[in-house]
Design a protein around this ligand. Structure first.
Ligand code: HEC
Ligand code: HEC
Length: 333
């Protein structure tokens, strides 16, 4: 009797206050549901507008180059806030000023810093390459007017995205939306079903990086997404080096069923996202996007911090395991 009571308490604690599972903090780049020990780097209305977490200073004397790249650059130049190195200009159209260098006098860092010059983006941000112009403009407005926020207010880079959207001129919005729309997508995420994963640490802005020493731990019910080549991504920001999503065994098949049939919890995704899930009209593509990004978005829609009349009913009944399966399948495409 007493044991049964304790079991119920434990279940209730695991399920959280409203019967909802604890937020998937791992998809937002945190190792616990919070609160965060350090103060938040920026609040939505803060001035000055610098939301960046404290970044390690990159060495000016270490020089890098990449295969087929146009030159050699110091690690400092590679990571320079207001004009990071563009390794492969041939991979994308000519960048507008706002995409390449931002606007330093307003602390507006350039799109290329977080989304890479090729728009495929670091997984802790987003992957806007190939998105329809109308959709991108809509999202920039949503960030600006408060209808697209992160369900995890600790997510500093989303807060910074919001402030950037507020400061962009109409012309800059149009230029950057057209720029990203013109980029052809290349394969970006590789999915591996597994039971154990490398132990990781969390880098700046919530990117998990494997620890040196080859130690492993159980994956459990989450997705762990890391750079395909951690050293290369960390030091050189190579925009041709993609990402590896470790997902639970069986999740790709389960996700395929939900995406293609609704699986009894939702609707078929292709109805709105197109037969190949590459998007249509002003609906975004969802195939081969970072798995952690997809989970963040589904959870944000469910939590209501990202407002969408069309997506709200789609995610309403999804459990976290459903989201994991869907993200595993979509990222694998
Ligand atoms: C400091 C990093 C950072 C910079 C700089 C940045 N972004 Fe973002 N961006 C993000 C993050 C983080 C997200 C994901 C927001 C979320 O959590 O939903 C995002 C999301 C987006 C999205 C939504 C993509 C989708 O699939 O819905 C678009 C569009 C976008 N950014 C455009 C831009 C443009 C245009 C610029 C330059 C003017 C820019 N970003 C600069 C971090 C950044
Ligand atoms: C009724 C139409 C509809 C259906 C069905 C639908 N979606 Fe969407 N979805 C949308 C629209 C519209 C958006 C853009 C939302 C916005 O305006 O913020 C979207 C956005 C998304 C995004 C965010 C993409 C990004 O780049 O940020 C994800 C993830 C997503 N949908 C997943 C799914 C999945 C998974 C399914 C199937 C289980 C699905 N959707 C079914 C209409 C739909």
């Amino acid at each position: 009797m007493k044991h049964a009571f304790i079991a119920v308490l434990l279940l209730a604690a695991a399920a959280g206050v409203h019967g909802q599972a604890v937020a998937p903090f791992w998809a937002y780049g945190f190792t616990s549901a919070g609160p965060e020990p350090a103060p938040l780097p920026c609040q939505p209305d803060s001035k000055p507008l610098d939301c960046a977490r404290v970044q390690p200073t990159r060495p000016k004397e270490v020089v890098h180059t990449l295969p087929d790249a146009r030159g050699k650059f110091t690690e400092y130049e590679v990571h320079f806030d207001y004009g990071p190195v563009d390794w492969y200009p041939e991979d994308h159209p000519v960048m507008p000023e706002i995409v390449a260098r931002g606007r330093e006098r307003d602390k507006l860092r350039p799109c290329a810093l977080c989304h890479y010059p090729n728009g495929h983006g670091r997984i802790e941000n987003a992957s806007p390459a190939g998105l329809p112009v109308a959709y991108t403009l809509q999202q920039l407005q949503a960030f600006r007017n408060g209808t697209r926020r992160s369900a995890d207010p600790r997510k500093a880079n989303t807060n910074e995205m919001i402030q950037i959207a507020r400061l962009l001129t109409d012309a800059e919005m149009k230029q950057s939306a057209e720029y990203f729309a013109a980029i052809k997508r290349r394969p970006w995420v590789r999915v591996v079903e597994t039971e154990s994963v490398p132990k990781t640490r969390v880098g700046v802005n919530g990117l998990f990086l494997p620890l040196a020493g080859n130690e492993w731990e159980p994956l459990g019910r989450r997705i762990l997404e890391v750079p395909e080549n951690p050293e290369l991504t960390d030091k050189t920001r190579s925009p041709r080096s993609g990402w590896l999503a470790y997902v639970p065994q069986g999740s790709v098949d389960r996700g395929r069923t939900i995406v293609q049939t609704g699986g009894g919890v939702t609707m078929k995704c292709e109805t709105c996202h197109g037969a190949a899930l590459q998007g249509m009209a002003n609906v975004p593509g969802i195939a081969d996007r970072p798995a952690s990004y997809l989970i963040r978005q589904m959870y944000d829609f469910q939590a209501g911090t990202r407002v969408s009349q069309l997506m709200k009913p789609v995610v309403a009944k999804m459990t976290q395991d459903d989201m994991i399966a869907i993200a595993a399948y979509l990222a694998s495409l």
